[in-house]
Structure formats: C-alpha cells, structure tokens
Design a binder for this molecule. Structure first.
Ligand SMILES: [Zn+2]
Length: 413
C-alpha cells in the first residue's frame, strides 16, 4: 500500500462522503505519481452491520404446481407490521394457516390478485383472507402490480405476447451460498413470434432492494480483498449487498430511472427476438447483487446491469471494465470470463456511440465489482450517464437503441 499525504486522504474521504451510488468512483491522480491512476470506490465505504442469516434456514424446490419454495423453521414472531396493498406475482401460490409449509393450505392465489398485507418478514407475509390471517411466501408478493396478459395487450407496445414466468433463486447454484438477500424473483420473458433467437439477455435495473445497504456480502468468492477502491478499498473483503443508488440533480432516484430504462430495453430486445430475464420490475426486489448475478449466470446468456454515475457534469456513458490486475484476472470465475465481460462492454459502448449517445473518455473504467467477481456469463455494469444527464423518455429511448445495437453486435446478429 502506498502512503498518501494527508491532503490526498482528506480528498478521498470527501469523495467517499459525497457519492451515493453503490458503484461510484472518481479517478484520482495522486500527487507525485504522474500517470498513475487510483480509482476510489464508495461501494463499501459505509461501515455496515452484518445481519446473521437465520439459523435453520433452508430452501426446498417447488413441487409441480405449488408456487411455494421457501421453508423456514421460524415462527412469525419477528414479523414487521405492515398496512399495505400487495399483489400476487406467481400462479397457484398457497395461502397457509401459519408461517410454515407444513400448515394447512387455506387458499390458492393467482397472479395479479390484490391482498392486504399486515405483517412481513423476508420469508413470510401475513395477509387478510376473508377476515382471517393467512400466510404467503413473501417472494410471491409485490407492492407493485404485476403485468398481466390483459395489460400487455392493452399497452399495445408489442413487448411480449404473454406474461413472464418467475425465476426463483436457487441456493444450490454455484456461488449461491454467498448471497444474503434472495427471497425475490426475476421474471423471464420469451420473445414472441417466429424470430426468436434463442438468446436470453438479463436486464438488471440497478439498485431497488429495501434493506440492501444494511447487509454485507463478500466482494470475491475466495474472500480476497477488492483490487480497486479507495479509503477502505485496500483490504476490504466485503461490500454492501445492494446499495440505494444516487439521486439525480432533479431529485429523481437512480433506481426509478434504471427501472424505466430496463423496461424500455426489455421491449426492444423482445421485439428483436431476444428472450429477456428481468431482475427487477417494481420499486423493490429482494435480490442482492450476488443473487442477481447468480440468477443471470444460470438463466441468461449475458448480464447487463443498468446504472447512472454520481458525478454531476453530464460526462457521458461508459462501462466498468475488468481491472488489469493479475491476481484478480487469475481468480475464478473472473479468470475464465473477464475477456467476455470486456468484449460485451466494448460492444455496448460501440452501440451507444452508433446511437449518438455521449461517451465518457475511452468508454470504460476499470472497476472491481461484486457483479464481475461472481459472473460466469458475459456480464457488464454500464453507466449510462450521471446525475446531470437527461433521463426523459426520449433520452432513454435513444439509450435503449444503443444498447440493443451493442447486444446485436456482441452476438453477431
Ligand atoms: Zn448505480
């Protein structure tokens, strides 16, 4: 580790304090080291308490039609009080007499059904059912209304002919044990018509996991410290599971813009014949960065995480490239995949350039990210602009055109 003069340390700390987005950085040239760049990340700046995983927690795969997969040997004593409307996100979801899969099934709910939730924990939710309490796996409830066939048709957007199917996290998947938040589910959409390419693109709307910044996960599967980073980066082995994201200069949360962008990109990808795995389709999904990555590893052919940076000078778009650090590139699964990650990033930036999107610098920045550290499919974090960037519908449309062009280029279509 290089010793730094106090002034540089102070600057690093100020930068860390002023950056809100989970994967934000500034590039600094330390005094006296011309040409030597050091990247400062705030991904893991904030000291955060570990939250212990519930003991006895285990997962059980759903049986045929039963859309209930979580079994936890816990009572509902720790439930938080809720008073909110929720929607069922799966088909044939069981409503139980108590918070255990061994209890009586009181009702079976269908996708889109509206319920009143009175209690919540990561695993179970308590809802009203004809005046009595009933328990449903929290992963099958959302505060946002899921899209149904009728809504898809009504939208007339040509996004998809049918609705998507839920993809639950499977803790037995490789690296699955490193995830701490994984009760949510992704949604897989199949491209309509005869022009299906048989390629699935995972579209990951960055941020949007309540409680995600209170939990930490390992930066690398082998427990080694991050190779880029600033004040706490050197030696840091854990980072926030999912950060809250930044706020645009006009007050809009980044997570809202990444979601709007994801939906727009989804429509264009489906129309072009790609199947799309949507990590998040509402304000919240209980999937941390590792869970998102592991789902993409198992269910998609590439993984594109959408972000905007926390600078304020409208500097343009770029992708987070794999750091050129030999120890990092020698670590699996980075070793077997880093060239694909960078190739995908290059294609996406080329596509954005083609769509006349402003590009920052050379279009890339080296960054050691949790996503990259666990990815076994081509995987990229793309920063589509920053706090000062235009995020109007027209601007997002242009960005989506660019990303589609980049995906086409990557897959050679
Ligand atoms: Zn972000």
């Amino acid at each position: 580790m290089r010793k730094k003069v106090p002034g540089v340390l102070a600057l690093l700390m100020i930068l860390a304090l002023t950056m809100a987005c989970g994967k934000k950085y500034e590039e600094i040239t330390p005094e006296g080291s011309p040409g030597s760049h050091e990247t400062v990340s705030s991904e893991d700046e904030n000291p955060v308490l570990y939250i212990r995983q519930s003991e006895g927690e285990n997962y059980e795969q759903a049986q045929s039609s039963s859309r209930e997969t979580v079994v936890v040997g816990e009572t509902a004593l720790s439930m938080e009080d809720r008073d909110e409307t929720v929607y069922v996100t799966g088909s044939d979801v069981n409503g139980r007499a108590s918070a255990t899969t061994s209890s009586q099934v009181m009702a079976v709910f269908q996708k889109g059904q509206k319920l009143h939730r009175t209690g919540y924990d990561d695993t179970w939710s308590k809802v009203d059912y004809n005046g009595t309490a009933c328990y449903i796996a929290s992963r099958y409830l959302s505060v946002t209304e899921p899209r149904t066939d009728a809504m898809e048709t009504a939208s007339g957007s040509g996004e998809t002919a049918g609705d998507g199917s839920g993809i639950a996290f499977d803790s037995s998947w490789k690296y699955g044990e490193f995830s701490k938040i994984n009760s949510g589910q992704a949604i897989l959409y199949k491209a309509p018509g005869d022009n299906r390419k048989g390629i699935t693109v995972c579209v990951n709307a960055g941020h949007g996991t309540k409680g995600g910044s209170n939990v930490k996960t390992l930066c690398h599967p082998d427990g080694t410290p991050k190779v880029t980073g600033g004040t706490t980066g050197a030696g840091a082995t854990s980072a926030v599971a999912v950060s809250g994201g930044m706020t645009f200069s006009d007050g809009t949360p980044e997570s809202k813009v990444t979601l709007a962008m994801a939906k727009k990109l989804k429509g264009k990808l489906l129309a072009a014949g790609y199947d799309v795995l949507m990590i998040r389709e509402g304000d919240d999904v209980q999937l941390d960065n590792i869970a998102r990555t592991v789902i993409a590893n198992n269910k998609a052919d590439c993984h594109i995480a959408l972000h905007w940076d926390s600078t304020t000078n409208n500097k343009g778009a770029f992708y987070m490239s794999v750091p050129n650090v030999s120890s990092y590139r020698a670590m699996e699964p980075v070793k077997s995949n880093w060239e694909k990650h960078n190739a995908l990033g290059e294609c996406l930036v080329a596509g954005l350039r083609e769509a006349e999107v402003k590009i920052f610098s050379s279009g890339s920045m080296e960054m050691d990210l949790t996503q990259t550290s666990y990815s076994t499919v081509p995987s990229i974090d793309i920063e589509l602009g920053d706090k000062a960037s235009d995020h109007s519908d027209a601007a997002l449309d242009k960005l989506a055109d660019g990303l589609l062009a980049g995906v086409n280029q990557y897959f050679g279509k």
